[in-house]
Design a binder for this molecule. Structure first.
Ligand code: PLP
Length: 376
């Protein structure tokens, strides 16, 4: 019998068969009424999940494409931007801002901790900062950044707040209530669809800013996207199959209920952490800012552990990235993930620990996981 693979990385995530099934249909024109209804439905679903009335732009590409759409249309060359960096994706966001000519100050904080709010407050003191940019969920470290506080700081100086929300869905977050002006997100994380489709969402303030910002782009030109979005179309050919899958996956989230969906992510995170603690690992992310979507675990043999789990037990978790490679491993728990997936993942960690270190902790992590799960 084929040994089934279990994908537990922080994106792309497992995709529900009902979602995958939606992709296996004949193509139709992206200039048809059928397509317009599809795009309208996907955008309306996303608005509900992100709790926003913002304008949704459908972007063909991965999350980085939506980030580039957001940055290239909202950051004018020479404009003062403060970017908060506490991991790989914050750094990449800052590089994108730089690529489009933003006059950037980086507020850096150590990996595993949240955004340096005092540093941010000091950086915006001059009053000439036009834009603050940050990552909502820093996937490289498992940190859910303090977005409410960052938004308050942005408001206090009238700066526009741009957020990389590629992996943030599944955490408690309401775009309009928190006061985010623009976000970028993608399908392959908690939305639970295949990769290749992304979204940028702009509130009215961001729309106004984009209309008057000179931009150095072509494919992602704001005016063209705005014109086509009014007809529920994209300027260029969209990935229709992934849109069909995303329509289904957003319907599944809405049927579960957005709050119940977030609560499931929170519980998966809590139980995974209980299991890792019971196995004697140190959690890498500061518990005060730990994400619902990914658990990062300090481990100096993480490369061996991740390899062993994949090769021998067909359970795939992720290594640390860049300088955290070999120092942490990461377990993704976003999208259509449930306790059974995580229990098997914890069991595979236990077996790999036994294989690699001769440590007999069989049943210790799984026991802690199940006991935590039983707490309602
Ligand atoms: N930002 C965050 C927070 C991410 O987690 C990722 C991918 O993991 C990206 C950006 C890049 O997204 P993509 O690989 O879809 O371009």
């Amino acid at each position: 019998m084929k040994d089934k693979n279990l994908l537990m990385i922080p994106g792309p995530v497992q995709v529900d068969p009902a979602v995958l099934h939606k992709m296996g249909v004949e193509m139709f024109s992206h200039r048809s009424h059928e397509y317009e209804t599809l795009q309208a439905d996907v955008c309306a679903g996303l608005q509900k999940i992100l709790k926003t009335n913002g304008n949704v732009f459908v972007i063909t590409g991965s999350g980085t494409a939506a980030i580039e759409f957001m940055v290239s249309n909202l950051v004018a060359s020479g404009e003062k931007v403060v970017c908060c960096v506490n991991g790989v994706f914050g750094k990449r966001l800052s590089e994108c801002v730089k690529a489009f000519g933003g006059d950037m100050t980086v507020i850096e904080s150590p990996a595993g901790s949240g955004i340096d709010l005092n540093g941010l407050k000091n950086a915006v003191k001059g009053g000439d900062v036009k834009i603050i940019a940050c990552v909502l969920n820093e996937t490289s470290t498992g940190v859910f950044n303090q977005i409410v506080e960052v938004s308050r700081i942005a408001k206090s100086v009238g700066a526009l707040l741009l957020v990389d929300d590629v992996s943030g869905i599944g955490n408690p977050f309401a775009m309009d209530e928190v006061g985010i002006d623009a976000i970028a997100t993608a399908t392959q994380k908690a939305i639970g669809a295949p990769p290749g489709l992304a979204f940028a969402i702009f509130n009215e303030k961001a729309m106004e800013k984009a209309r008057k910002t000179p931009h150095m782009n072509f494919y992602f030109n704001f005016e063209t996207f705005e014109k086509f979005a009014k007809k529920n179309q994209t300027p260029y050919t969209p990935p229709i199959s992934i849109l069909l899958a995303t329509k289904k996956s957003t319907e599944l989230i809405l049927a579960e209920g957005v709050d119940a969906f977030i609560e499931r992510h929170r519980k998966c995170a809590r139980c995974t952490r209980a299991a890792m603690n019971a196995l004697g690992f140190r959690l890498f992310a500061d518990p005060a800012v730990a994400s619902n979507c990914v658990t990062s675990v300090a481990c100096d043999f993480s490369v061996e552990l991740v390899t062993k789990m994949k090769q021998d037990y067909k359970v795939q978790i992720a290594n640390g990235q860049d300088e955290l490679k070999g120092k942490i491993f990461r377990i993704g728990h976003m999208g259509p993930v449930d306790w059974k997936d995580l229990l098997l993942t914890v069991a595979a960690v236990e077996m790999a620990l036994f294989d690699l270190k001769g440590e007999d902790k069989i049943g210790v992590g799984t026991n802690a996981f199940m006991r935590e799960w039983l707490k309602r």
